[in-house]
Design a protein around this ligand. Sequence first.
Ligand SMILES: C[S@@+](CC[C@H](N)C(=O)[O-])C[C@H]1O[C@@H](n2cnc3c(N)ncnc32)[C@H](O)[C@@H]1O
Length: 373
Amino acid sequence: MFNDDVLLNKPIVETDPLYQFLNTCSRSFKQFKILDTAIKRGFFNHLDEWKSAVDLAKELGTNPDLTDCICMSLAEIGFIEQSGEVFKNSELSTCYFKSESPYFQGEVLFNIKNGFSLWERLDEVIENGPIKVSEADYFKDNLIHSLASEIMCGELQKTTSLIASLPEFSRAEKLLDLGGGHGLYSVALSRLNQNLEIDIYDFADVIEATQKYLEKYDGHRIDLKPGNLFMDAIGNDYDLVLFSYNPGGKNPELVPKIFSALKEGGLFISKHIFYGKDEGSRDPLLDLEYNLSDFEGVKKGRKIYSFARDLTFEAYLSLLEQYFTIAQIVETEDFATEPLSKFGDALEAKMIIAKKKAKKQYVERDEVEAIGG
Ligand SMILES: C[S@@+](CC[C@H](N)C(=O)[O-])C[C@H]1O[C@@H](n2cnc3c(N)ncnc32)[C@H](O)[C@@H]1O
């Protein structure tokens, strides 16, 4: 493997794959820091018109030479335009990096950085185990804000238009958004059905953040219900229950609970990442990220988005079929957007649309089972 004189002989094994990998890491990390700093310092809020780095630096109170390097790097990535010595926002930076834009992605970068700070502790975690975090804090401090910004880029609009196309939606009067977080699905759906009254259910601490979204997006006919959906009542008489990306999404105990919360013929719309029987990892890197931390409440499983009490996709469907008729299963590509290699990626999620069976149907089933059918 090694030559006699390593100073005179280059390695037999080519360095290329290693150096290409390290180069990508090295460049991507630095480019991420450039973008993050530029967003934090408001570069993009000042680049609607062509401007030199010197003028930009004057407005921002930054060092002109370094500001020039940052602008040139941003132009090299394609985030801003460059003409000689002047720079201007591109369509992309106007849309996603200006803090006043409705599609501003600052929270997503913040979320990725939060992830990095956990990754920084990998060496400690592999020895001592995952870092304990409060579930409510984990969601409210940043994740739901990042998810809100992420879904604004397509998943929100696609999901709500799929739901709005269901005949039951236009007739619905009461919807429960279970674990609604930011509440953006609710606000969008309330605009698509003017008769719809909505309850958003989430941890009390998270609900405070939800309130801010309702104010920001002028949400009407929406109530906030604080509670822990595993432990507390979730209400009843709903025409629709929306359950999107929740730790309880594959939990068997919640199926009868959601069933009871619905009116007869009501729809249960569940959007989750389900694992098939005997299915292995979908992404070991994300499994690892997921297990860098541990929730104080529900026990996580080994694969990302899995929990100790989860059912497999097959078992969950068969449980659902005891209470509901499966109307439709929508595949990821019909609602999800680009992944970010982090918690929040849709990873072959499915949206199951299930209709609550009429009382007669499930009573008959119980009777058949009771007599051994
Ligand atoms: C991943 S976020 C999803 C938010 C939103 N439904 C979406 O799809 O973008 C999960 C949400 O479920 C809430 N949640 C998790 N466990 C919960 C529980 N036991 N009771 C109530 N809400 C819960 C979290 O606070 C968070 O807002």
